[in-house]
Ligand binder design. Structure first.
Ligand code: GLU
Length: 469
């Protein structure tokens, strides 16, 4: 049978790191085993599910490159099927109507708590089968009383739960709507899911779901429950740690490949290897090697990885992502200046994120009329206008605008004026970039091109004169 995994988010918020890891592990497990990966949107909670959240999940999956072979399926389109199965379970005697009121259930719970017992349904309606018309009723699954459920979890190992520990859970509410445990079971069965990979907040549901599957004569899937992710301070990962949606990582200048590489190491390792290509991840990933204990999110490490990816990925790929960041700054690289690939090559050593790279590259595209205050103070002095004038005259006579020739001109000008190279190159840099930081001066000038270089040197000369340095 083909292996089939699924990612089944509830669309009640953004796609967070935890969800992205569940999706990635399910995706990798399917890819590794030539299986199928399904996306299923669990949107039956009509009050908490929103179309914005669905859109955010789809956008996050797409940005990460986690493509699905089937879906997205939407549970809200399958209510008829859930109703059918609830009826089947009722007909088989594996489910029953429960007429206990909310007040009764609350009182029962209170009493059990007072007796230090685990709150559970007492089975009052389990055998008093007479249907009562016009009363509020829910449907409960008739959980077996004897025996046990054995779960061979691919991550956590063997978990045995006695059936008497499990009460009869509600599978349809008073309005007839199905509950989570029912819909998941029906979908996993109908969709032929062979491997369920999900967060370990669901591990308590699993024995109940297995019992329902057995009642439906369905094949049981394998299960893998992933330990939770903690923040660097050891507390459960939350907004406080910057645990935002994955798209925030795009906004902050991370490459999706770097984020995936980071996420794959949250709970899984292969020796002490840190950097994995996607192909390597697929080849080496092994769900049974996922760590049982929680893993911690570490932003510094993610940033380190991001820098590795920026430096070592194909510059064309990095440029595609940089384009988005430049657009956010109102820059259309195709019409305003040098090719982004060349920017990537010039800036990648010094940029840990694409935000840093984009911020440090704006001057290649946009003119400016203000200078970084510190850089101007340090480099624009009395007489600097003459240095710049000498450079301008020399640059004007250049026939072919290329890095090595431009570098020679800067050198020769320094020699002629009997100045150290820095006393010429640095004022030039501030003149053409507006700041004291840029790639090497020959690369900077070559990228800027002749027109921008000449007009900006002239602008700086005027500025220095005007401000009477
Ligand atoms: N919809 C559930 C959630 O988002 C996941 C259900 C599952 O994976 O079985 O927590």
């Amino acid at each position: 049978m083909t292996m089939k995994t699924r990612f089944a988010p509830s669309p009640t918020g953004l796609l967070h790191i935890g969800g992205a890891r569940t999706a990635l592990f399910s995706w990798l497990h399917a890819k590794k085993n030539n299986g199928t990966f399904v996306l299923r949107i669990e949107d039956t909670d009509l009050e908490r599910s929103t179309p914005e959240s669905v859109a955010a999940i789809l956008e996050g999956m797409q940005w990460l490159g986690l493509d699905y072979d089937e879906g997205p399926y939407y549970q809200t389109q399958r209510f008829d099927r859930y109703e059918e199965i609830i009826q089947q379970l009722l007909d088989q005697g594996d489910a029953y109507y429960c007429y206990c009121s909310k007040e009764e259930i609350d009182a029962l719970r209170e009493q059990q708590m007072a007796n230090k017992e685990k709150p559970r349904y007492n089975g009052k309606c389990r055998d008093s089968a007479a249907e009562q018309e016009g009363m509020n009723r829910v449907v409960r699954f008739r959980n077996p009383e004897a025996g046990e459920v054995v779960l061979d979890d691919l991550v956590k190992g063997k978990i045995v739960v006695a059936n008497k520990e499990l009460d009869d859970l509600i599978i349809a509410r008073t309005d007839g709507s199905p509950t989570y445990n029912l819909t998941v079971v029906v979908d996993d069965m109908d969709m032929g899911i062979t491997d369920v990979i999900r967060g370990d907040d669901h591990v308590n549901n699993t024995p109940r779901q297995m019992n329902i599957l057995k009642a439906l004569d369905a094949e049981l899937p394998r299960y893998a429950h992933l330990p939770m992710i903690l923040g660097d301070d050891g507390a459960r990962l939350s907004k406080r740690h910057g645990a935002v949606g994955v798209m925030q990582f795009r906004d902050d200048g991370y490459l999706p490949e770097a984020l995936l590489n980071y996420i794959v190491r949250l709970g899984w390792s292969y020796g002490d290897q840190e950097v994995f290509t996607l192909e390597q991840m697929i080849e080496l990933f092994d769900i049974s090697k996922v760590n049982v204990s929680a893993s911690a999110f570490n932003t510094e490490k993610l940033t380190w990885l991001n820098h590795q990816y920026i430096m070592n990925s194909e510059p064309e790929l990095v440029a595609e992502h940089l384009e988005w960041h430049m657009q956010q700054r109102g820059i259309d690289a195709a019409t305003q200046g040098p090719a982004l690939v060349d920017i990537v090559i010039a800036q990648r050593e010094r940029s840990k994120t694409l935000v840093e790279m984009a911020d440090a590259s704006v001057y290649f595209y946009q003119d400016f009329n203000e200078y970084d205050e510190k850089a101007a103070k340090k480099n624009f002095k009395q007489g600097t206008d003459e240095v710049l004038q000498a450079l301008l005259d020399a640059f004007k006579s250049v026939s072919e605008w290329q890095g090595s020739d431009l570098h020679d001109i800067v050198l020769q000008t320094a020699e002629q004026l009997e100045l150290k190279l820095g006393k010429v190159a640095q004022p030039l840099r501030v003149a053409v970039c507006g700041t004291g930081m840029s790639p090497s001066i020959d690369v900077t000038l070559a990228l800027l091109g002749r027109d921008k270089t000449l007009s900006r040197i002239q602008q700086a000369i005027d500025y220095i004169k005007e401000n009477k340095y």
